[in-house]
Unconditional design. Structure first.
Length: 385
């Protein structure tokens, strides 16, 4: 205790006890504060830094147990260790002292070595506790600063990606528009092949641009559903029409089937539902070289206000090995590098789809047999009108 002078508060209604304890502790470089009143003791502990309290149990205005309980309810004093001073050595008083928040006890008549040993022990523990709290406080401040920096960096990254998305999408849309016009002109077969290749590449690039933006928005909680009227059959038909050309080019049969019990008009976010289907159906078509891709929609549950629909997209594509299933919903992940080189993409489509499905109160499952095909099944909740 050479470099550190702690303060001990003595609360005892007998002045002689205060004198004996005070003289003893002052010899060992301990600052003393003292009072004969429990209520005054609480006030003193609330006003000045106190490292330890020596508290008499039997006092006229307020007994030691009540004083201790009160101290433990005050933010500034709740962590100050309390050692009870008692003339009794029976178990009942000792237990009552611990139950009221005390950490130890010393018995009268005062024994010098016992007092010094117990006081030294609890002052050292208090010192370690205070040091630990300071470390925690400093670490908390450091973590808060790091969190702030990370959030600022994420915000800057999001703004950057939004700007990049806009800057890339605008010219890309222009290129795709010009391609469409070119395809309507008189082109020979070779020229037409070139333009169609450009269109395919532009579509792939636009998909990557959109996937990155949607993933970033989802990670920052910036995606919101816009609820309005929608027709499930119309959305499925749109996806079918968009993918039909690609399916014909690959000589793959693309079919869809809807449950006749699905209401014609429901409410939800048609744009997000279309995005989910496009990601999953587009993936199925991408990884299928022969056979078919089938889209099925069923009404699985209906209440007074909601319909739960199950969408199933089954393909006869390359399939997925069981030990690679866990990679499906990891960002920027394809099943292996060969697939990335062969089929392209960043592996964000399914991540984005799952995020949107969960926002719509649903879930998604996958079943696959390697070399035979894969089936994605997802559900969403839509409102009845």
């Amino acid at each position: 205790m050479k470099d550190y002078k702690p303060t001990v508060l003595i609360i005892d209604d007998v002045q002689e006890n205060i004198q004996v304890l005070g003289t003893l502790l002052e010899k060992h470089n301990i600052e003393i504060a003292a009072t004969s009143s429990g209520k005054q003791g609480i006030e003193i502990a609330s006003q000045i830094p106190v490292d330890l309290i020596l508290l008499d149990i039997m006092m006229p205005d307020m007994n030691g147990f009540d004083v201790c309980r009160r101290l433990k309810t005050i933010e500034k004093t709740k962590n100050i260790p309390v050692i009870f001073i008692t003339a009794k050595s029976d178990t009942e008083d000792i237990v009552a002292g611990f139950e009221s928040g005390g950490v130890d006890h010393i018995t009268k008549p005062i024994k010098e070595k016992e007092v010094l040993a117990r006081v030294a022990t609890h002052l050292e523990l208090k010192r370690y506790q205070d040091h630990l709290e300071e470390l925690v406080k400093a670490k908390t401040i450091e973590l808060e600063k790091a969190k702030f920096r990370a959030e600022a960096a994420n915000e800057a990254k999001t703004r950057f990606l939004v700007n990049v998305h806009h800057e890339l999408k605008t010219p890309m849309t222009g290129i795709m528009g010009m391609n469409a016009i070119l395809l309507e002109t008189n082109l020979d077969d070779e020229q037409k092949d070139y333009v169609e290749t450009m269109e395919t590449s532009a579509n792939a690039m636009l998909t990557v641009i959109n996937d990155v933006l949607h993933f970033t928005e989802a990670m920052h909680g910036q995606i919101h559903l816009e609820i309005c009227k929608l027709g499930v059959e119309s959305i499925v038909k749109d996806i079918y029409d968009i993918l039909t050309i690609r399916a014909r080019e690959k000589k793959i049969e693309l079919i869809y089937k809807l449950d006749e019990n699905i209401p014609g008009v429901l409410a939800g976010d048609p744009g997000r539902l279309r995005q989910i289907l496009m990601n999953i159906c587009g993936n199925a078509l991408k990884f299928t070289e022969k056979g078919k891709v089938k889209i099925s929609v069923r009404l699985t549950n209906e209440t007074q206000n909601n319909c739960r629909l199950s969408f199933e997209v089954a393909d006869t594509g390359i399939g997925i090995l069981e030990n690679q299933m866990e990679k499906l919903f990891k960002p920027f992940s394809q099943l292996d590098d060969t697939l990335t080189r062969q089929y392209g993409g960043l592996g964000l489509g399914l991540i984005n789809a799952r995020n949107l499905i969960e926002m719509m109160g649903g879930d998604i499952t996958v079943k696959s047999v390697f070399g035979e095909g894969t089936t994605f099944t997802f559900s969403v909740n839509l409102l009845k009108i």
